[in-house]
Design a protein around this ligand. Structure first.
Ligand code: HDE
Length: 694
């Protein structure tokens, strides 16, 4: 807890009432009646039948029977945290929304991170896009920025969303596989939808195997509008940039994390907040007007396109800090309801047909999931930013689970009967109310049509591929190879590779070669593919921060390990802003060189090196020789090496390194000869030594 008072990262939410509320020490029914016996049902006699009249049992069991609500149709597995957003640079020239004009003001937020495809009980680390949804409780009402950690999407029109999701979810007849795109139906669908290819490049890249939520970027994906006081519009794309920089895992590592700790990413977020190491992101905006939009070599209303930062720079305007964990997962994280339609005055939507479809879908799904049109009254969803008085006020009434008790005789507008002094109840306000941008509409026949300007499916996929570092390119090839090799239908594999030929011939040839299949004929492209300039900002390698902040070093010890060496590594790691986690064969720890017992934070079999960012192997000669006989110790070192991590080691640990096949390189160091600076990095050049790079 790093000296922080217990509970400061939780418990400030205020909204606790029933159940374990402070000061209530009696156990009661839901109707406030004190319970005398919570152990036994009411029976006719000691060994006799149970009586139907036992209202205490029936209430308890009925409530339990109904505890579950439908999980989200997508993004079912998630975790959330409270925090605040603080504006650092005013956008008053572009918008009237106070959250974007009042520099220094802090606005409460709730953020939910999620995977997309898996069910609620799946693991945290499949290859998958991550959701990054933020609810800002602003003075002007709630604003939901419901984004992902990838800036594009698979499809262009919301009409195709149910098809896309059906294809990636478990297959219809067999109900598996879970939480993965690596199966026939997904690749069948996407191979028939060339518009998905750009997103597939991102999905097969290291972006979808992030190390932590704290090391992910976030994107609003669509273009939105900001509206100024004169009603003028500027397009905006939103970006979240993590303070800790971008960091991902390698595939073998992420697969093993899923086994070692299925809750790895939520635990990481929880523990970081708990120790006061608050996750932080900068909010960036790309601003552009219609004229600039018209000059882009692609249509910004097409959600399969990015606007490279090199074309329109990202302006940093604020920061978000997550500093409080929910009091209750269900009440807050499960019941939070995000809707892209939740905008505040000074903002508006664009005509992106994917966004337009989302405006309906999220509101609709909350009704199904939360069971009532009154879901906005739940504490986690309530608008609470307005100064003074009721945060919302209208004549919508009744419905399931109405939690307010509106006063007065009139529930319609206009009226003249409302309570004295209230002037007939709440009234609209043309000055400060939400007004849509007065966009001039083109004339044309009503039609179901895809704009011609959406027809270029490959140029940005090529841009992405060519922007990648060679190590990232080979990871992309491996990911396509892995996923397509899980497909049983050759025509599905072939059609995907045929599409990839439009992205880059080398990419397609490498995938075909590493699958040992024929290179198919190139698929026809609807438009000639453009050679757009690469965007180095899209890389992870090179954009990863060299820091130990937010990172953890695993220290492997055994009986006889040098106490001074352990202390020195701990101190150096802590001074660099990192954390240490001591691993020993047994949880009780090991007897060190100075005769003291050092307790372990984790037992070796349950604390593999995949859980750490770098490892220090501090062993005596005898200790090393003994651990050579333990597969988990050998694997610990072998994986750290294979996952391109720094390994610092004491001289006597050499036999264990030899057994693990560690070869010397700049990431394999003595404990006080460069380990700390090595621990801040990953060694991508090592990759060729540890696996065949396709
Ligand atoms: Fe979502 N999406 N989505 N989505 N989405 C949902 O809403 C949908 C899309 C995103 O933590 C659902 O409340 C449609 C893009 C996040 O609670 C559902 C389309 C982006 C979350 C839904 C999209 C997202 C969701 C399921 C295409 C990035 C989790 C439960 C037209 C910009 C929010 C729910 C949370 C959740 C529909 C595409 C992000 C069914 C129809 C693009 C982060 O309503």
């Amino acid at each position: 807890m790093a000296g922080r008072p217990e509970g400061t990262t939780r418990g400030n939410g205020g909204e606790t009432h029933q159940g374990a509320g402070p000061g209530i020490d009696r156990l009661t029914t839901n109707h406030g009646v004190t319970i005398a016996d919570n152990q036994n049902q009411l029976k006719a006699h000691a060994r006799g039948p149970v009586l139907l009249e036992d209202m205490i049992f029936r209430e308890k069991m009925m409530h339990f029977d109904h505890e579950r609500i439908p999980e989200r149709i997508v993004h079912a597995r998630g975790t959330g945290a409270h925090g605040y957003f603080e504006l650092t640079d005013s956008l008053a020239d572009f918008t009237t929304a106070r959250i974007l004009t009042e520099v220094g003001e802090r606005t409460e937020v709730f953020v939910r991170f999620s995977t997309v495809a898996g069910s609620k009980g799946s693991t945290d680390t499949p290859r998958d896009v991550r959701g990054f949804a933020t609810k800002f409780y602003t003075k002007d009402g709630n604003w939901d920025l419901v984004g992902n950690n990838v800036p594009v999407f698979f499809i262009q029109d919301a009409m195709k969303f149910p098809d896309l999701v059906h294809s990636v979810k478990p297959e219809a007849d067999r109900g598996f596989p879970q939480a993965t795109a690596a199966h026939d139906t997904f690749w069948d669908f996407t191979s028939l939808m060339p518009e998905s290819v750009h997103m597939l490049m991102w999905a097969m890249s290291d972006r979808t195997i992030p190390r932590s939520f704290r090391t992910m970027e976030g994107f609003g994906v669509h273009s939105f509008r900001l509206i100024d006081a004169e009603g003028r519009s500027t397009f905006v794309k939103y970006h979240w940039k993590p303070k800790l920089g971008l960091q991902s895992t390698v595939w073998d590592e992420t697969v093993k994390i899923a086994g070692a700790d299925p809750d790895y990413q939520r635990r990481d977020l929880f523990e970081a907040i708990d120790r006061g190491d608050f996750p932080e992101w900068e909010l960036g905006v790309q601003l552009f007007d219609q004229e600039a939009a018209d000059k882009l070599p692609f249509d910004h209303l097409d959600a399969t396109k990015i606007i490279p930062e090199e074309l329109i720079p990202v302006r940093i305007v604020g920061r978000m800090v997550l500093d409080r964990y929910p009091n209750n997962f269900f009440a807050e994280t499960e019941q939070v309801a995000f809707c892209p339609s939740h905008l505040v005055p000074g903002m508006d939507f664009s005509n992106d047909p994917l966004l337009q479809g989302r405006l309906f879908s999220y509101l609709d799904t909350q009704l199904k999931r939360l069971g009532s049109t009154n879901f906005h009254q739940l504490p986690t969803n309530r608008a609470k930013g307005r100064e003074g008085g009721c945060p919302f006020s209208n004549f919508q009434r009744d419905g399931h689970m109405q939690m307010n008790v509106p006063k007065g005789r009139a529930n319609y507008e206009p009226n003249s009967l409302a309570l004295a002094g209230e002037g007939g109840g709440p009234r609209e306000d043309p000055q400060t109310g939400f007004t849509s941008f007065r966009e001039p509409m083109e004339e044309g026949p009503k039609s179901r049509i895809r704009a011609e300007s959406f027809a270029d499916h490959y140029s940005q996929a090529r841009l992405f591929w060519r922007s990648m570092h060679p190590a990232e390119q080979s990871h992309i090839v491996s990911a396509f190879t892995f996923e397509l090799s899980k497909c049983q239908f050759e025509h599905v594999q072939q059609r995907t590779i045929a599409n990839l030929r439009n992205v880059d011939e080398d990419l397609a040839a490498r995938v075909a070669k590493s699958m040992n299949v024929d290179l198919p004929q190139i698929s026809p492209a609807a438009q000639p593919v453009q050679d757009l300039p690469p965007s180095p900002a899209l890389r992870i390698v090179g954009n990863m921060k060299e820091t130990l902040e937010g990172r953890c070093v695993g220290i492997l010890i055994h009986d006889g390990s040098d106490a001074d060496e352990i202390a020195a590594v701990r101190q150096a790691v802590n001074e660099a802003g990192g954390r240490c986690f001591v691993v020993a064969l047994k949880i009780g720890g090991a007897k060190l060189s100075d005769g003291n017992v050092c307790k372990a934070d984790g037992q070796l079999a349950g604390s593999p090196s995949v859980l750490f960012d770098a490892v220090a192997i501090i062993l005596s000669d005898d200790g090393a020789r003994e651990l050579v006989g333990h597969g988990s110790a050998v694997q610990f070192v072998m994986d750290a090496f294979g996952h391109l991590k720094a390994i610092g080691y004491s001289k006597d640990a050499q036999p264990l390194l030899d057994k693990a096949g560690v070869q010397s390189d700049e990431g394999v160091t003595g404990l006080n000869t460069g380990f700390i600076s090595a621990a801040k990095q990953r060694f991508f050049d090592r990759e060729a030594q540890v696996r065949a790079t396709p």
